[in-house]
Design a protein around this ligand. Sequence first.
Ligand code: ATP
Ligand code: MG
Length: 164
Amino acid sequence: CLRPMLAPHLYEYMRELGRLLLRPIRFFEVGPCFRKESESARHAGEFTMLNLVEMGLPDGLDKKARLLEIGGKILDAAGIKDWRMESEESAVYGDTLDFTDAAGLELASAAMGPLPMDAAWGITDDWLGVGFGLERLTMTALNEPCLAKTARSFTHLDGIGLRL
Ligand code: ATP
Ligand code: MG
């Protein structure tokens, strides 16, 4: 079925992998996200998210600094220049951190737990995670003004309509 985002899936992984004794546990996934959005130069109804999660963190770890380190690795590997990390408020995740490009476009959001909802999902570990929109990352890396050029599509190739 189509779901609004991958987070419930991540919680499932966290619970399943959390049965291992090893700590910390680190995992990532790349997958399609479907959202009911008004489509625009920055929003598609279907896009691709790269999620990275670390759980069972060492005591006293500076989570914000660790997120900066992980996010920075991805942004540097993608060749993004002059990115920034900013604090944001989220209805679901409380305090979040956003990674933006030089023009202020959001490339990723990061969150930290435990959160009040975690116990109901069987999650008891401290965790941190960040989700990058891969089309937005590519858009900024290639200096494209519009997401459609970097999104997968059956109707367009490199932004050109296939109904010729
Ligand atoms: P925005 O505020 O730009 O609508 P968001 O805060 O709702 O984004 P998140 O839930 O934080 O998005 O999703 C993580 C990342 O996925 C975003 O930082 C962005 O890169 C990407 N993303 C989110 N929604 C879309 C979309 N509709 N189309 C393309 N990429 C998206
Ligand atoms: Mg966000």
